[in-house]
Design a protein around this ligand. Structure first.
Ligand code: ADP
Ligand code: MG
Length: 363
């Protein structure tokens, strides 16, 4: 996957900016708060995913303007495609992001999944190790949405049933036929949930094996990091049984207490739980291993190398790990943001400066 041209209008603090990336490396440098991450984020949105910064779609539109636009040309294995994403405004009369490829309407931007592959690595991704199980499920679900465009539909089906069932559980006493209603939700949760689990299982097998190997190399073989996923159940039948057995507990709690929405990824370093025991550097290495493995899985599954978006991460890594990261991204197009341009003086590639939302080419 190669991003050939990228242009944004009224995107966050950027009125208008055009980027002609290098085939390999593109550096965007500038002081804090100038719009470097914003630009990287706009590239990430081509993947169809939500922003890695969280927040609402409306936040992406430059204050005081009606809508934002992202225009890009990217080359994949089927040739060049022109992407256009409109955010807010008359074209998107409902709130959200809407996409076109080569002028053809794709509806919601989530439908871009499978058309543009990217991996983003940002400092706040440390929360993958340190944060709550929800962060790790989000990571898994986002990766699956990108890789298997059908996953989002399954996930939404599950979420809809879950939301409805939770509403019912919260107010169960008001419904005389609650058991009957719960049965029908359980049916849907077991069917959609088992599909989610099957995807998560298949995906994590390859992902974790590669990530464990990568961690070994990062630590020069001196440490081991293990990643594990234990599904709630193996089949729809089993999942239905688990959900059914939980019903009394769910009724007491007022929400669904078991299922794919409560699963987690277990990360251990040297046998200890990484969230609690690992040092900052070890946690960072674990995230780096997962992200590099994610890129590897995309390449292996789709035959296309994802674009790598590295936000401010080099400064966070010691020089050995910087070298390791840079050696592992060879063969892919990489975008790096950095406060300083000097480390990139001697590298081949395009270098831009971002200043108060204005992008200028240095080299
Ligand atoms: N919707 C928006 N409209 C205008 N400015 C915005 C919007 N969203 C964010 N910004 C501004 O963008 C700037 C942050 O840009 P960012 O890309 O995070 O900087 P950095 O160069 O440090 O990565 C902040 O000054 C913020 O106020
Ligand atoms: Mg930034």
């Amino acid at each position: 996957m190669i991003l050939k041209e990228h242009c944004v209008r009224n995107y966050r603090n950027i009125e208008e900016a055009s980027l002609s990336p290098g085939d390999r490396l593109t550096v965007i440098c500038g002081k804090n708060g100038q719009g470097k991450t914003n630009l990287l984020e706009s590239i990430w949105l081509l993947s169809g995913a939500k922003s890695f910064r969280g927040g609402k779609d409306g936040d992406l539109v430059r204050k005081g303007t009606p809508f934002a636009e992202i225009l890009a040309t990217a080359e994949g294995d089927t040739g060049e495609d022109m992407f256009r994403i409109a955010i807010g405004g008359a074209e998107a009369d409902k709130k959200g992001r809407f996409a076109k490829i080569n002028g053809v309407d794709f509806g919601r931007a989530t439908n871009l999944a499978g058309h543009f592959y990217a991996i983003v690595f940002a400092p706040n991704h440390l929360s993958l190790v340190k944060g709550s199980p929800e962060e790790r499920r989000k990571f898994l679900d986002a990766a699956l949405c990108q890789l298997y465009p059908g996953y989002l539909g399954i996930y939404k089906r599950y979420l809809r049933a879950l939301t409805q069932k939770n509403a019912l559980l919260k107010d169960a006493r008001r419904f005389p036929d609650v058991e009957y209603l719960l049965d029908s939700f359980d049916e849907e949760l077991a069917a959609a949930g088992a599909e989610m689990i099957a995807h998560r299982k298949r995906y994590t097998e390859g992902l974790f094996e590669e990530a464990q190997r990568t961690y070994q190399s990062i630590s020069s073989g001196s440490e081991s990091c293990t990643f594990g996923y234990s599904p709630t159940a193996e089949t729809a039948e089993e999942l239905r049984t688990v959900i059914r057995e939980r019903r009394p507990a769910d009724l007491r709690a007022g929400f669904c207490t078991a299922g794919p929405h409560r699963e987690d990824i277990e990360i251990r370093i040297g046998g200890e739980e990484a969230r609690v025991f690992a040092s900052q550097g070890q946690q960072r290495s674990a995230v780096l291993s997962l992200k590099l493995s994610e890129a590897q899985q995309i390449a292996a599954t789709t035959g296309q190398q994802p674009v790598m978006l590295l936000d401010d991460v080099l400064s966070e890594l010691d020089s050995a790990r910087q070298d390791f990261l840079l050696s592992r991204i060879e063969g892919r197009q990489v975008f790096i943001t950095s406060c300083e341009a000097s480390p990139f003086d001697h590298v081949q590639g395009a270098v831009y400066r971002m200043e108060a939302g204005t992008l200028s080419k240095i080299k």
